[in-house]
Design a protein around this ligand. Structure first.
Ligand code: G3P
Length: 194
């Protein structure tokens, strides 16, 4: 029962939609009606407010890392994996937004950084390398998500691979529209408006 409670705590932390909270608090408009309509840092950037986007990225990543950190200390590493996954799921499918949440990228990066920092750094580096070249946030996210289970294996965290594969699958699922736009060549770059 305690394990279930820690996992529930992870979900609840993850389900706080910081992008919505911050844009509402700053009066930046309805994020759901801007750009892709997503609640993540990339879409907050489309409001034109860079500090708000940075804060969204840090807080959405931080909630995943904090969920892992708290549960690791209180209940050990094994439950921390599942609490991290729960935080990620909470971001993507938050009860408060009738399960219509974000695409999970920042929370994924924060969770993985906290579970295994070398893998987290490799995931962030993958995102940065791809976005540095193509300037498309979603393509960086898909590349980082696809690479992460491989990084987990290569960097010697084989026990994380199941959680990694689930997160990769959910990230691809949540990016269905982005994938369609990428195939059609209409996905906006970070410079161009959607
Ligand atoms: O983090 C989400 C990103 O990969 C794509 O966001 O708003 O361009 O769909 P968006």
């Amino acid at each position: 029962i305690t394990s279930a409670l820690w996992i529930a705590l992870g979900y609840l932390l993850g389900s706080v939609p910081f992008g919505l909270v911050i844009t509402r608090a700053l009066g930046l408009g309805d994020l759901r009606k801007i750009g892709s309509g997503n609640i993540g840092a990339t879409n907050v950037l489309r409001t034109g407010n860079k500090p708000a986007a940075a804060a969204t990225l840090i807080l959405d990543a931080g909630k995943g890392a904090i969920a892992v950190g708290i549960v690791h200390v209180m209940s050990g590493p094994q439950i921390a994996h599942w609490a991290g996954l729960a935080a990620f799921v909470g971001h993507c499918f938050p009860v408060w937004l009738r399960f219509h949440g974000g695409k999970g990228v920042a929370t994924f990066l924060g969770t993985v950084l906290a579970l295994a920092w070398p893998v987290g750094l490799a995931a962030c580096a993958t995102w940065l390398a791809v976005v540095g070249v193509v300037r498309i946030s979603s393509l960086g996210a898909l590349a980082a998500a696809a690479a992460t289970p491989i990084w987990m294996w290569v960097l010697d965290y084989p026990n994380l691979v199941p959680v990694g594969l689930i997160m990769t699958g959910v990230i691809f699922w949540r990016h269905r529209q982005n994938i369609e736009r990428l195939r059609a060549g209409t996905e906006p770059t970070l410079r161009r408006k959607l």
